[in-house]
Design a protein around this ligand. Structure first.
Ligand code: SF4
Ligand code: SF4
Ligand code: SF4
Length: 355
């Protein structure tokens, strides 16, 4: 592990150049690791190949010995949302990975047979074999599933269109802390519990956190969260303990489809650019990279995504901005106002003495 002084910017969050936003050529060096340091690492999460198996969520829970989430206010109880296969719901103090399941009703070109109204030429695959009495319920169930499928396919809330060929598609995406270039959580932490590592990642130390919660409000993605029973905050550490031992994060290791790719950020960015080009070439016009742009409101992130729809669809802010971006200007304005007030007060006192 590279040593760093506790007075350095890595712990204080202070940047001598006051660069609280915009691209940063070497965020690790800026944070105080002036001598040789490892390359900045990160995650490229390619949601186009995520199958929603949640192995990443489980691996994270296991490696970090995270407690079970409260379920509807009941501690240590298994809970089902009843709305979706997504029973984690969101990132939290005890869920450092969250696989979102977004269900959309829209035309999908799936390489599998479709079915529809009996007798419909488009779906009729010939006369059905004779159905015995015992098979009536099966036939009814099949009919019912046809009707359900049709009901689901009737209306597309995204496009406002109706159509019998519309089906449901799932967008799956494994969300995580973004390990921002300009991390609002790190900027506001008064105790040094949050710090930037030699790998360019942002880590919180639970044993130093005093539970003030400033970082919770400062995160533009709503990632970092307080544990209800003790008030301290927790989030993904990008498996700092594993990185220092030369291992890759547990979630990336468990992912069976390489939806979560870990590595040097430069290499991941190049890989993501190539993947986007491939998808565009295949006609996936809605594909886009999220968090890859170093000139965005947080200076780009260490954990970025390839999405198949607008960020809002995945519950991600479309244009995140580091919440401390305007702090220098605000302090300057407050300083000017204070000087003016002192000037007015002094003038008033002198004026009253003269009269
Ligand atoms: S996503 Fe939020 S918690 Fe994670 S580094 Fe950025 S500001 Fe901090
Ligand atoms: S990097 Fe480690 S801590 Fe972060 S989500 Fe993956 S397994 Fe959890
Ligand atoms: S990111 Fe990988 S491990 Fe996680 S749900 Fe998707 S496919 Fe499974």
């Amino acid at each position: 592990m590279t040593s760093v002084s506790s007075a350095s910017a890595a712990f204080t969050g202070r940047d001598p150049g006051n660069r609280l936003y915009g691209p940063v050529p070497d965020v690790t060096e800026q944070s105080g690791y002036v001598e040789e340091h490892p390359a900045r690492v990160g995650f490229f999460t390619d949601t186009s190949v995520c199958i929603g198996c949640k192995a990443c969520e489980v691996a994270c829970k296991e490696w970090n010995t995270l407690p079970m989430d409260d379920s509807h206010g009941v501690k240590d109880a298994l809970g089902l949302s009843g709305m979706s296969y997504d029973n984690t719901g969101q990132l939290g103090a005890n869920s450092w990975r969250h696989v979102a399941f977004i269900e959309q009703s829209r035309a999908v070109d799936l390489p599998m047979p479709t079915f529809g109204r009996p007798g419909d030429d488009r779906h009729d695959h010939g006369p059905s074999p004779a159905v015995s009495g015992d098979d009536v319920s099966l036939a009814n169930a099949q009919q019912s599933s046809v009707l359900n499928a049709e009901a689901l396919s009737e209306f597309d809330p995204q496009t406002g269109q109706s159509g019998a060929d519309k089906q449901v598609r799932w967008l799956m995406s494994s969300d995580v802390c973004k390990h921002c270039t300009h991390a609002g959580c790190l900027d506001v932490c008064p105790t040094g519990a949050l710090f930037r590592t030699e790998f360019g990642t942002v880590v919180v130390q639970g044993d130093i956190c005093n539970g003030c919660g400033y970082c919770v409000a400062a995160c533009p993605y709503g990632v970092i969260d307080q544990r209800k029973d003790d008030g301290r905050v927790f989030k993904c550490t990008m498996c700092y303990d594993r990185l220092t031992d030369g291992l890759q994060p547990a979630c990336a290791t468990a992912c069976p489809t390489q939806s979560i790719q870990f590595g040097d950020l430069d290499e991941l960015q190049a890989r993501a650019d190539a993947r986007l080009e491939t998808l565009k070439g295949q006609g996936v016009e809605t594909a886009r990279l999220y968090g890859r742009d170093e000139s965005d409101g947080v200076g780009g992130v260490g954990a970025f995504f390839l999405l198949l729809d607008e960020p809002e669809v995945y519950g991600l802010p479309p244009d995140p901005i580091v919440t401390t971006r305007d702090l220098p200007a605000m302090w300057k304005a407050a300083g000017k106002a204070a000087v003016m007030m002192v000037g007015v007060a002094v003038t008033a006192i002198l004026g009253s003495r003269r009269s």
